[in-house]
Design a protein around this ligand. Sequence first.
Ligand SMILES: [Ca+2]
Length: 446
Amino acid sequence: MARSFNWLSTTSIMLVALTACAADELPLPADFPNLPVPEVPSPVPPTSPAPDPSPNADVKVPVFISSGNAKFDSWRTKFAQRAANAGHNVGIVHSVLQSVVPIEVIKAQAIGEDQAEFVKPIWDYVASATHPNRVSFGKKKLTETSGLFNTIEARYAPPREILTSIWGMETSYGRILGSSDAVRQLATLAYTGRRTKFGENQLLSTFKLIEQGIVTRDQLKKSSWAGAFGQTQFMPSTFLAHGRDGDGDGRKDVWNSQADALASAGNYLEASGWKRGQPWALEVSLPPNVNYGLADGTKRKVEIWQALGLKIEGGRAANPNLKAELFLPAGSYGPAFLLFDNFYVIKAYNNADSYALSVGLLADKLAGRPELTKAWPTHIKMLSKSQIKEMQAALNSMGYKAGPVDGIAGRGTRGALQSFQKDRNLMADGFPTTQMLSAVKSAARG
Ligand SMILES: [Ca+2]
């Protein structure tokens, strides 16, 4: 497969947490100390004399009270020194990191370790995303903010229903901003070695955001458990690069200003390549005896898909020269879509197909477009994670590249299954069912 991202990436777990509301926060360790947080951005003097490990004698060294976690303390001292050497304000580096106590349990790991858990089907994501309450509240917000959206659409390429959908998906239209400390989340990612570079780079961006007076340390404590913040949920580096002042008051406040949050989201999606006036996806019906193997990530012009017998549903139309991928999120059992470039732009927000599909379908409902013509196969029982692992191992043992045996049926696994199906003249929809698990295991045993 050309792409190796997971069907349910780590970031889609963030989606789960967000859609499950703020109750789904990471637990605090029982011994979470109530350390004072120094004022920002006033410099904070070292709390005790310490040797200067800096190779640059001109740079002051932030010195910290122990968090009680020696490994974390060691990482923090070295990272703070590097940040200081790189020119960051020592007082700010100190004040940002001083009161941080790392998280003991990373939720994503806890989820991944539950092998009995069944893979959440795509239709559950979509049903949650497009819940009638979210649709009706979104339509209300669209009406309330129509003037703002006129301004935003004049300036940025994405349409209002897409921005509103992301706003609804990320924070329930600004109502659930989270109560996690972004710094704590990012520092935990960094010190454990799980995603050190990512966590450190995001922390360096938080230093810049505070140095430039764009955010405060306290605002960062109103973040999601994954470290994203504001009504449209930006990671620090994304906000640093793409944040905008939508209401013209001279500040970029994505916590309190709808205009700032939505203009920033519009700017970010435009920078990620949003093509004005083009669809994100269109539902298509498939001809009898269609070759499901065409849904393998290959992009073809709309007119070629139409010549192959696909019919665009819902009274919609597309430029025949636009290129699209045929996407079967529920294999041969559910609706089929042509995905256009804008679909992948939504994934800049969250690199999970389930997320982008949910955002797009919610946006379609907000825009009042027709319902899908083909129902989701809600009667199908999904494989468990351990069963997906069995399938992945069996496919790998036969030379089909299913990728890591991780229990996640991403595009790699689906592509490998599809190749297996093609080689055996089976219906090649790449959808992992219990029948396909039996077929793959049987073949692997020879
Ligand atoms: Ca503003």
